[in-house]
Write a protein that binds this ligand. Structure first.
Ligand code: HAM
Length: 408
């Protein structure tokens, strides 16, 4: 579904390597947790001057590295999916290996590309059936206005440093913006009263942000301005955003995020090239789907269970023809008793059991037993078993639907 939506919007797929030179990822920000604590890095086997590599913690840096290396014609719009690696303390919704899907659009700073990118993510959540995903939007300014803001923020935080938590006082010295991200109760009053970037935006960045907002309005993409939204990576400029899954537990509720990184291509040795993108966390999206009750996992793995009382060879050919006919079929192994096999059939969730004993083999038949209704059974010819089973499954499904409609 994600690939389809990206294709509709003119994004081509990019497949990036699982690891890159560590230097590529250092551009995410020397003071970010991702770079200082969460990288899985290693040296190659060169004896002299070995090169340090790292498993990718995200894909934006790799995509921009590929852009700088291969210089495709801009605007270059790509989508990706795949595993990322961050050395974190694993917990619900936070893993050391997790999956992202995302897009990057390089080569234009037109605010309408920001709108296109944000709308794409937002429409993906909607297409999955998620209704409790909130889009938080901010502008982090650029070189024309960020330094003045950083000065104001740093001096405000320094003057309140005595009341900040120990961790935030330490963060203040390396990356004052990240203090705004503190969830510690003792920091809240100070964070809430801190100066905000949107009050410092230059005329140009402010006008850019206005177009992004009106574009989202035009597409009916709902958002909240979140002036204290900062992201965990340092490359962001101007438009930044995050998607909060409200059905998830607070600290791990970011189901996706992204923004502009207009200086990243230059930092990686390429020509100045604006860019914007997002990445969505697939595992967290699945958790949100569970929490919102969309996408219920299929109740059963199989439709049919074969019970073979002749030793197992009949089940071999029978399951083979059922599977070839498109039916999900399973069987017991290990020459078990009829009672044990019927227990397994019940546990499998199948709607139908097919029984074959010596009598059936002699007569060229199979006994079909419903596991859902009153255990009715009938005998069908072995040559018709696939068609008969399919038709019985359809009748059972119809009965289920009728039952559900009567209940509601
Ligand atoms: P990020 O905010 O670090 O951004 O990650 C994006 C999403 O990946 C998060 O919102 C979350 O859903 C998921 N995620 C991150 N870390 C974990 C983890 N340890 N376990 C499970 N899920 C996780 C980026 O990665 C940027 N590259 C996004 C971007 C693209 N910005 C511009 N273009």
């Amino acid at each position: 579904m994600f690939a389809h939506q990206c294709a509709l919007a003119g994004y081509g797929q990019i497949v990036s390597p699982m690891f890159e030179e560590l230097a590529v990822f250092k551009r995410l920000g020397e003071s970010t947790d991702v770079v200082t604590k969460e990288m899985f890095n290693f040296f190659d086997k060169k004896e002299k001057n070995p090169t340090e590599f790292a498993l990718r913690p995200e894909l934006t840096a790799s995509v921009v590295r590929a852009y700088v290396q291969h210089r495709p014609a801009p605007p270059w719009k790509v989508w990706y999916e795949g595993p990322q690696f961050r050395y974190e303390r694993p917990q619900a919704g936070r893993y050391r290996q997790f999956t992202q899907v995302g897009v990057e659009a390089l080569g234009t700073d037109d605010p309408y590309v920001d709108v296109e990118v944000i709308a794409l993510a937002s429409q993906f959540y909607a297409a999955l059936g998620l209704t409790q995903v909130r889009l938080l939007l901010n502008s982090l300014g650029d070189d024309s206005c960020r330094p003045a803001y950083m000065e104001a923020l740093t001096s405000y935080l320094r003057s309140n440093a005595a009341d900040l938590s120990e961790q935030s006082s330490a963060t203040l010295e390396v990356n004052p913006l990240r203090v705004l991200d503190s969830k510690r109760p003792e920091d809240q009053a100070i964070v809430d009263a801190a100066p905000i970037m949107v009050d410092f935006l230059s005329e140009e960045t402010s006008a850019h942000f206005d177009v992004v907002r009106s574009g989202l309005d035009a597409l009916d993409v709902a958002y909240e301005i979140s002036p204290r939204l900062v992201r965990g990576l340092d490359y962001y400029t101007r438009t930044t955003f995050e998607f909060a899954g409200d059905a998830l537990e607070g600290s791990q509720n970011a189901v996706g995020g992204g923004g502009r990184y207009d200086g990243l291509a230059e930092a990686l040795g390429g020509p100045a090239t604006p860019g914007i993108g997002f990445a969505l966390g697939v595992e967290r999206i699945l958790l949100a789907c569970d929490a919102e009750g969309v996408f219920p996992a299929p109740e059963t793995l199989v439709d049919v269970f074969v019970v073979d009382l002749t030793g197992g060879a009949e089940a071999l050919t029978l399951t083979d023809s059922l599977r070839a006919g498109g039916l999900r079929a399973d069987r017991a192994f290990g020459g078990r008793s009829m009672k044990a096999q019927m227990k397994l059939a019940d546990r499998s969730g199948a709607s139908i059991a097919l029984l074959v004993g010596e009598d059936e083999v002699a007569a060229g038949t199979v006994t079909v037993r419903s596991l859902r209704t009153q255990r009715d059974q009938l005998s069908v010819s072995r040559s018709d078993v696939v068609t008969e089973t399919k038709s019985l499954l359809e009748q059972l499904a119809l009965l289920e639907t009728l039952k559900m409609e009567t209940r509601s």
